[in-house]
Each structure stands twice: as structure tokens, then as C-alpha cells.
Ligand binder design. Sequence first.
Ligand code: SER
Length: 306
Amino acid sequence: MKKILVIGASGQIGSELTGQLRARFGEANVIASDIRPIENDANSETLDVLDGDAVKTICEKHAISDVYLLAALLSATAEKNPEFAWKLNMDGLFNVLNLAKDGLIKKVFWPSSIAVFGPGTPRDRTPQNTIMDPNTVYGISKQAGERWCEYYHQKFGIDVRSIRYPGLISYSTPPGGGTTDYAIEIFHEANKTGRYSCFLSENTRLPMLYMDDAVRATIDIMEAPADSIKVRSSYNLGGLDFTPKELSEAIKKHKPDFEIQYSPDFRQKIADSWPASIDDSEAQTDWGWKPEVSLDQMVNIMLTNC
Ligand code: SER
């Protein structure tokens, strides 16, 4: 019997993933957990992923089989608090991987990121296997995490699955301090004030994905037969890629008076070290990944709902 624990269920991905998992597997079979209490949710727990004993207790209490570990500090926030970012991103992963090693849970989803790549990585259609020289704390923690996931799979047979998320775009829960957050802020400001000051320069191309596609990919990779998951570090995942200028032009099709200006800050350097677009052919071949939401569809959805 599948029983799922989502750790970080109130975050940008967690809030939407939890809803989709519940729709598919039943409300009571998906326990939502977060460091802050989740109001009005009978199937929820307050949980600090750094408290290994508490993670274990909750997994035992609910006879959890699958864990989706989404608690993390994103790239921009991590640069402001490197030690805590490293601790949260690494120790949280170990707390969950070790439960799998002890046989308490069966399957783990852990998100990686395009941040595992760095200035030496080929930027266009970045391949699955290539130079990885991340120069952010977040990227270093994600790359190390990928190595540990593969290690636990090879050494202990742990069924851990992972995706390198690009920038994720959604409207219902704000993102947690990433370099790709401009692509969300821009919609809120377009609706509120009709103008936006972008913290990245106009031609900064980054890989992105609409949240519905990202959530579908996450559930698909977790539900795929184990022998189809050939990559046990983390899969490249692509979908969209665009620059702030291209995004503003897509917004102008709906709001001709929309104005954008550019004042790049410290996040520009992070963005410059990341891929512009992603080659995700291995995810396509191994477990059938296919993005569905186009740039224009995403813009339409965001402007309608922000
Ligand atoms: N969206 C994330 C960030 O900008 C990338 O994983 O940090």
C-alpha cells in the first residue's frame, strides 16, 4: 500500500504536488508536512527535516512508503546564509536516505536543479553528462546530493529518483528565493502596476517550466517502473527557455502598455553560470517525459491568475 510523505509541503512545489498526489492516491494516503503548522489539513504534520528522529517517528506513525523531500534553501537565499543552506540541503537528504537504507521507507524523490551546472558547462542544450563546476552554495549542495543519491542507489540499492528542475513558474505559492523568481514576479507586477524592474539583464536566457508540467514529471518519474530509471543521480528536464525580454514581449501581447526595465543585481552572476537550455532526451527516452505547456499558454495562465 502506497503511503506518501511530502516534506516541505507548504512551499512552491510542495503545495501543488501535494494536491496532485492526493487527487491521484487519496487524501489520507498523502501526509503533508512542513516546518510551520499546516492549517486546516487533517492529514498533516509539523516537521523539521533536520530533526532525524522526528522524520523517523512520522514515517513510522503513518507507515510511509514514499517520501518527496522538497525542503531546501534556493540559490539566492542560500548565498546569504551558506552554512545553513549546506546543512539543510545535505542533512535533510541524509535523514531521508538513511531511513530508506534502514528499510523503513521504499522510495525517495529528491529534487536537484540546473544549479548543478557552472561556468564551464556548455550552455546550449546542456547535456545530461557534462562539465559540472557549480559556484553557488545551492549548486554545490545539489551536485553533492546527486552524488549521494547515486551512491546510496549503487551501494545500498535505494530507490531514489531525481529531476534537475529548471526555473519553475506558478502563481499559487510564492517561490523561496531563487534566481529564476523574476519570471514569477514579472506577472504579479504586470497585473498590479503595469511595469517591472528585472534583476536579470534582458538577454539572460534560462531554462524554465510551468508548474503543472513539473508536477506531472515528478509523479511520472516516481511511478515509472524501477528498471526504466537508468539515471540515479538526477535527470535533466527541459521545457521552455526564454530571456526576460522575450517574456516581456509575450506579456505585451496581452498588455501593450507593460513596461520593463533592467537593473541586474548579484543574481545576474548566478544566472550567467547556468545553462540557457537543456537537453532532456534521456528523460524522454527512459520514462517518457514530454512538456506540454508552451510559453504563450503559460503567460496566459499567469496573467489570468496572478
Ligand atoms: N529555481 C531555482 C533557483 O533559482 C533553480 O533550481 O534557485
